[in-house]
Design a protein around this ligand. Structure first.
Ligand code: GTP
Ligand code: MG
Length: 534
């Protein structure tokens, strides 16, 4: 038996599950559960010490007669012409409960004083559920949702009536433990046939999930079984748990309708592999490989200009810098400081347009689809919407990530200056040697003057050594530098790739992965809450 004290916890859990699942589940289910929550709140506002029991059933089954028999009054008017009872009527045993009856919208009330052990009972006589009158059915349907306990009154002719079983009994199976089925007019059945009929009805109820429902054979006419029915009611009133049990049943019903809306698949976060795959796709679409290649080429070009033989290097100046062509500055110092968003110039990596944008969008969609696979439709939609929440700006974010990443293009090249000085010294040496030779040539050949003195280094004259040695040294330094520049180009390209990928990863995490995770966590929260409810 469910404890009354458990109801507030279960209710809180249901509310929590609904808060998390709202907008992501079938709207009919959502409305149904909201109605249950409102109803439960409504009933809880009133005393749980009062037990509301409704006599419900087909026309002529004897509800009004049983109402009179149980209450020991002649308040209800059993009739020959059907249907007789057009509005619900209440017999209130003990203290007045007008507010509760207002909430139930039961207009006709009778206070039964000196109620004895039935004190605390509100007995309702309902109109016929199978009425030709629409208003009767509406009253029944409304009150069936609100009362604490039902006594379904059936008669020997119509106890298996499909309308009653399909429309009321089966859907109320969650409330079987607060249900009594009274097989009335048992006096009309021959003694010999009674056990068989009772067993037949019992089997029917059991097959409908109503094994917990009590079945009592009664006769309003002869009073047979009435003491059993009364005793059942007294037990319920004394237990003071009927309202809580019914409400608990409501909560269970709500839970059962909510559970399939949450799905079984375990998916509480975007799997690392999927996120990594998205990062890779977006990095390519955002032009990371292009930038990395440009970093490498730019380094080679600038390194060549700085460390090459000055004449060749001077010519290389006229080649365009590949990084500049992408509108990525080759000097990175200012990028390492914080940058105001909006003031960063767009790169010309063409991520925001055309094919690249389409690729970004479809990768984001693929991640959403794969991640939400196996989830109910509402959650798939929510995951997709979350993944695409920044879709229009995503390419801008990616572009900015690239524009603001420090490519370190002016670090690690201090040695270029040393080499450059060396190259100029070497060039100077070459020019001195060549000039010396030229002067001597002019002096001797044209002016017939004595040549300048030429000191010997070994067998060769110093000017020749200076000129040839200078050329040779220049070439050697250029070749060695080229090796150094290439090493730098590669390590800077690798570093740029790392940093750019990291920056792209931050964008995808913030604008795609985290919003998706938030949806998945919502669902997880709802599922956890339901688990507590069970
Ligand atoms: N023999 C016999 N007749 C009964 C019994 N209970 C009720 N009746 C008769 O059956 C007829 C219908 O009884 P009601 O109590 O008016 O039935 P009801 O379920 O209230 O009918 P509606 O108000 O029309 O839905 C009346 O003529 C009663 O006298 C019973 O246990 N035995
Ligand atoms: Mg009646």
């Amino acid at each position: 038996m469910k404890k009354r004290s458990g109801l507030p916890d279960r209710l809180a859990a249901l509310r929590e599950a609904m808060d998390a699942a709202r907008g992501r589940i079938d709207s009919d289910v959502e409305a149904g559960i909201d109605a249950i929550l409102a109803r439960v709140d409504g009933r809880l506002a009133f005393s749980g010490d009062v037990t509301i029991v409704a006599l419900a059933g087909a026309t002529g089954s004897g509800k009004s007669s049983l109402f009179n028999a149980v209450s020991g009054t002649t308040l209800a008017e059993p009739g020959v012409r059907r249907p007789t009872t057009a509005a619900a009527m209440a017999a209130v045993f003990g203290e007045d409960q007008s507010e509760l009856l207002d909430w139930l919208e039961v207009p006709r009330r009778h206070l039964v004083t000196g109620a004895g052990d039935l004190s605390g009972l509100i007995l309702l006589d309902l109109p016929d559920h199978d009425s030709t009158q629409q208003s009767h059915r509406e009253i029944v349907d409304r009150l069936v949702e609100l009362v604490d306990q039902f006594v379904w009154v059936v008669d020997p002719q119509k106890y298996a009536d499909a309308a009653l079983h399909d429309r009321y009994l089966k859907p109320l199976a969650a409330h079987a433990d607060v249900m009594v089925v009274a097989l009335n007019q048992i006096d009309r059945v021959a003694e010999a046939h009674r056990p068989g009929m009772i067993a037949d009805l019992r089997r029917l109820l059991d097959s409908e999930g109503l094994a917990d429902a009590r079945l009592i054979a009664v006769s309003a006419a002869t009073g047979e079984g009435l003491s059993d029915l009364r005793a059942e009611l007294v037990t319920l009133i004394k237990g003071k748990q009927t309202a809580a049990r019914r409400l608990s049943g409501d909560v269970t019903g709500a839970m059962e309708s909510l559970a399939p809306q949450l799905g079984d698949a375990a998916a509480d976060a975007v799997p690392k592999k999927r996120a990594a795959h998205l990062n890779h796709t977006l990095a390519v679409a955002a032009g990371v490989p292009v930038v990395v290649e440009a970093v490498k080429k730019s380094w080679r070009l600038r390194g060549g200009i700085a460390t090459g033989w000055p004449v060749v290097a001077w010519l290389a100046r006229f080649r365009p810098d590949p990084l500049r062509a992408l509108h990525l500055d080759v000097t990175s110092t200012k990028k390492s400081t914080a940058i105001e968003p909006g003031r960063v110039n767009r790169t010309s990596v063409p991520v925001a347009h055309g094919v690249a944008k389409a690729r970004v969008d479809s990768a984001v969609r693929a991640l959403a689809t794969e991640t939400s696979e196996g989830l109910p439709r509402g959650w798939q939609d929510a995951v997709l919407a979350a993944a695409r929440s920044e879709e229009t700006l995503l390419t801008d974010h990616l572009d900015r990530a690239i524009a603001t990443t420090d490519l370190a293009t002016d670090r690690g090249n201090g040695w270029w200056t040393v080499v450059r000085v060396l190259q100029w010294l070497v060039l100077l040496t070459t020019l001195v040697g060549a000039g010396w030779l030229l002067v001597n040539f002019v002096l001797v050949s044209y002016l017939a003057l004595p040549a300048l003195p030429v000191p010997k280094v070994g067998n060769v004259g110093l000017p020749t050594v200076l000129a040839l040695g200078g050329v040779g040294a220049g070439i050697l330094v250029a070749l060695l530098s080229r090796v150094g520049v290439e090493v730098g180009a590669r390590s800077h390209a690798a570093r740029a790739e790392r940093e750019l990928t990291r920056a792209i990863g931050q964008v995808t995490s913030r604008y795609v992965i985290r919003p998706v995770d938030a949806q998945l966590q919502r669902r997880d929260r709802a599922r956890e809450a339901l688990k507590r409810l069970r």
